[in-house]
Design a protein around this ligand. Structure first.
Ligand code: AR6
Length: 205
């Protein structure tokens, strides 16, 4: 296994090298987010978030990669969950993954006629996932860019939503239960978009 622990990545100079952290945010409460380009299944966080579908029984994209890396026990646990509504999320073990838990969030399939509803559902994926992480004692959580692959959500809008929801959650987390949120980007276009927008939500001081 090619495992990346957050601590190790930081010791090495803040998530650098091949899979480098692109944006270490500097200040205070805002020193809680990182941008990481690479495969989310290699991260040893307390939880990684999956961009799942309502069946929770696997699929393509990051969902396929997570199930492939976690092994068949993950699918077996997912069968017991009875699916999941769009905008909601459910938590499982991580099995063969280096991460302890997988939070399966179901993003909306983009629909230009219902942008308000789709945005609400995407916001809910982030807040519900962070709530589940907190309830389950997960201090470090890694998110893929939910809905922006197969589900077709416009990348810029989805990135604003992801950053805004995480910023609000971190601000409201007065007990400081969530120590780090890692935004995991896969493609260069996603990386560029996060690099462009992160400073608006997590300004370096
Ligand atoms: N690590 C991190 N990010 C990844 C990885 C990976 N290993 N693989 C892909 N991505 P998508 P969606 C990025 O399509 O749009 C599945 O079939 C990818 O580049 O995985 O929410 C599910 O079962 C993109 O930026 O998820 C659903 O049916 C992001 O992950 C449907 O796809 C999300 O792309 C969900 O579609």
């Amino acid at each position: 296994h090619d495992i990346r622990t957050i601590g190790e990545l930081f010791r090495r100079g803040v998530l650098r090298a091949v899979q480098k952290p692109i944006y270490p945010s500097q200040a205070g409460a805002l020193n809680k987010v990182s941008l990481y380009q690479g495969d989310i299944t290699t991260l040893q966080t307390d939880a990684i978030v999956n961009a799942a579908n309502p069946s929770l029984l696997g699929g393509g994209g990051v969902d396929g990669a997570i199930h492939a890396a976690a092994g068949s026990q993950l699918l077996a646990e997912c069968w017991t969950l009875g699916g999941c509504k769009t905008g909601d999320a459910k938590i499982t073990g991580g099995y063969d993954l280096p991460a302890k838990h997988v939070i399966h969030a179901v993003g909306p399939v983009y629909d230009a006629c219902n942008t308000e509803m789709r945005a609400k559902q995407l916001r809910s994926c982030y807040t519900t996932s962070l709530g589940l992480a907190k309830e389950n004692g997960c201090e470090t959580v890694a998110f893929p860019s939910i809905s922006t692959g197969i589900y077709g959500y416009p990348l810029r809008d989805a990135t604003h939503i992801a950053l805004n929801e995480v910023r609000q959650f971190v601000d409201s987390d007065v007990e400081d239960k969530i120590k780090r949120v890692v935004f995991v980007v896969f493609r260069d276009v996603d990386r560029s978009m996060y690099e462009e927008l992160i400073p608006f939500y997590f300004p370096p001081v």
